[in-house]
Design a protein around this ligand. Sequence first.
Ligand code: SF4
Length: 345
Amino acid sequence: MRENCEETISAFYRNKIREEEQFVAYGPLKRAVQKNAHYQNSSEYGVENDFAGDDLCAIDSSNAILHKYSDRLLVLMTGKCVSECAYCFRQVNRKTSIAELEVTEIANRVIDYIKQHNTVKEVILSGGDPVLLGNEKLAYFFNRVSSETDIKNFRLHTRSIVYMPDLLSDQVIKVLSDYHVRLIFHIIHPYELCDTVKQKIKLICDAGIRCYNQFPLLRGINDHVEVISELLNLLDQNRVRNLSVFITDPLNCIEEYRVSINRCYEMWQCLETQYPSWINSTKMVFDSSIGKVNIKNLIEYDPDQGGCWFQRRDKKIFFKDIPKEVDIPGELSAMLWKRDAKVRV
Ligand code: SF4
């Protein structure tokens, strides 16, 4: 449990937390990077590691290149992040198990693999945060893969936009634009979209880069339909299309961030029926060893095992849930503290 993790948080994000602390001692942005020191973790309601089945689809012992879906290759370019998210499903021990290969070596392995697996049509860069590689290494990777294979589709996942927007420099933006890379932000809360972040997103969109978002549903950060809808509205206003809301992996180490399936389902139904299409077009899913599973594919609740069965195509998967008494919803007044702050000012 990290009670003081100042050194793992960027200065840009720390300033936002300081602003938040003037109104709420333990608000959503602080909670994003710092676990609750008083939370009593039962470690009974989940699994220890790798619910998503990353280990099963790593193509070699480096754990850096994963092939789970036949048409996509996921490349963990680095285990390093700009700041450490306290809710990360790739906890530090998993991220450090990714061998830090040189970009030349990653490109060699990706190209060799694609040449032997012609079903792969897209290469997805993730991590860690691949923006930390910088423009020259990113350009090298895209250039090698696009010139030595038939791959035309690249995606890059990053949270640097909220932790250190300057990392997405003009040079990095140019590389992403030159190689038509789709950029996927992981913005989890509307207050992460401050003016600086919005200006950076505008620069990126103006460069012709297609911007998307996806984010996990996190207790005490965004587990209320009003927080989610405010975030989705803001993303839409800033030309970012949200693809998915992720149900947090059932991992014991992040139990305090988990939201029960029942509440996830209620929020999804509310979004589906009471909000316009630019909000309700987002999917609610979880990642698993059998692929992404949509909440719509819930089959039944199994009270004896304390969880739910879901179906994906011809396969079933069991998702261990947290009980109602553990799933204490985040307080809306703390998660959207600026609403009250406006009244007070
Ligand atoms: S940026 Fe992503 S990989 Fe890095 S700590 Fe946060 S959630 Fe985990």
